[in-house]
Design a protein around this ligand. Structure first.
Ligand code: FE2
Length: 402
């Protein structure tokens, strides 16, 4: 919902007659926060309330793992089993009342449509490309994209024939561009790490007129209700407004660096309800002659910190690899491994890429997290670090705890 968009045909005024071959179209106002938030107005060939049959309701079941001890965790996700589609293949890793974080390695296209009726979604595409087909039009995606899908969007992933690997965030709250990046009119400010040109709304609207049997799965009441329609749900001839799916590439995030160390909020990409999503991108490191480019130890006493490692060389931190997830729970400090602060001095850049999610309330873990946990990460501050010999091995900056 970054700015006003319009695709297809819309009438001259809101809420007036608008016809397709003589037939009055159905106008739908899809809005957030009552009638006070952003909205889009869509024009349908068929009433979006029309349902032929009610399918099943399937409650969401979460298998929780409660660790015996309170400790930092390292989950190795690279080899998580692929399977399913972009919705059914989501494997929940951790969650709280504000956000659910899942892994997904889909191997097939969705043969149904999905609408999240109770949450906004951000899908980080670690690997893969394709198209999000949606009621607002088609949104191409590629490796490195954050796909932002507001609640109420009927869509499906149409992946290309390549390996797909996603990190998925779902939230009952709104997921937005940080407020401090926007002026009172919504325009992104000069100090923001990205601009409107970096944001890609639906590129093309295709109006589907075919009849048949179409299944739409809707997430509501902590479960999935299937509705069977006798018309294609992408029956919109035009829409306009501020609510629609869009993509933003992590590679278009302009890192903010300083003479001395900049704190994690400088990497913020999205704001959610009681959580943030940040992007740690390749960048120059702190350039004061006395700077320690590696982050300081810190205790975010009321924050949990989840980091997903996307790309780079993590050899200086034992066992961390692409696809690793570290979780630093609240209440205890974290920081660089022993000796690394000294070794980082004089290093000038980092080439590492990571996605971080900080939550203000504790995250609960699933049995999958238990399966992926290396069991030893908590002890790594007790060990001698591996030697660092080049800037590419430099752990500085990419996380707030290396
Ligand atoms: Fe941190």
């Amino acid at each position: 919902m970054p700015f006003y968009q319009r695709l297809g045909e819309v009438p001259r005024k809101r809420h007036v007659q608008f016809r397709d071959n003589g037939t009055l179209l159905t106008e739908e106002v899809m809005g957030l926060e009552g009638f006070e938030g952003n909205e889009s107005i869509l024009y349908h060939l068929t009433s979006p309330c029309r349902v032929e049959k009610l399918g099943d309701f399937a409650s969401i079941v979460r298998e929780e793992w409660i660790p015996d001890e309170h400790k930092p965790l390292h989950l190795k996700t690279w080899d998580v089993e692929p399977g399913g589609d972009a919705l059914g293949g989501r494997k929940l890793l951790m969650w709280n009342d504000d956000v659910e974080i899942s892994l997904c390695r889909p191997t097939k296209a969705m043969d149904y449509f999905f609408r999240n009726g109770e949450g906004d979604e951000v899908v980080f595409v670690h690997e893969g490309s394709g198209t999000i087909e949606s009621i607002f039009g088609e949104v191409p995606y590629k490796s490195g994209d954050y796909v932002v899908i507001p609640r109420g969007t009927t869509y499906r992933f149409a992946p290309a024939d390549d390996e797909q690997r996603y990190l998925v965030f779902e939230s009952p709250g709104l997921i937005e561009i940080p407020r401090r990046y926007r002026n009172e009119y919504g325009q992104l400010l000069e100090h923001a790490p990205y601009y409107h040109r970096d944001i890609h709304p639906p590129a093309e609207l295709r109006t589907h007129r075919e009849r048949g049997e179409f299944h739409v799965r809707v997430r509501v009441r902590d479960g999935y209700q299937t509705y069977v329609l006798d018309y294609h749900p992408f029956d919109v001839v035009g829409w306009d407004g501020y609510v629609y799916p869009w993509t933003f590439s992590i590679h278009d995030f302009e890192p903010i660096t300083g003479r001395i160390h900049m704190p994690p909020p400088s990497h913020q990409t999205f704001q959610g309800r009681n959580f943030v999503i940040c992007s740690f991108c390749p960048r120059k490191l702190d350039f004061d002659p006395m700077a320690i480019p590696i982050p300081y130890h810190h205790s975010n006493l009321n924050s949990e910190e989840m980091i997903y490692y996307v790309d780079g060389n993590f050899s200086s931190r034992k066992h961390i690899e692409i696809g690793s997830v570290t979780l630093h729970p609240s209440g205890i400090p974290h920081g660089p491994a022993p000796g690394l602060a000294e070794k980082s001095i004089g290093m000038t850049e980092t080439h590492e890429l990571a996605v971080m999610c900080d939550t203000f309330h504790p995250l609960r873990l699933t049995k999958l997290a238990q399966e992926l946990d290396d069991g030893t990460y908590w002890h790594s501050w007790f060990e001698d670090p591996a030697p660092v010999s080049s800037a590419d091995e430099d752990p500085a900056g990419v996380t707030s705890h290396f």
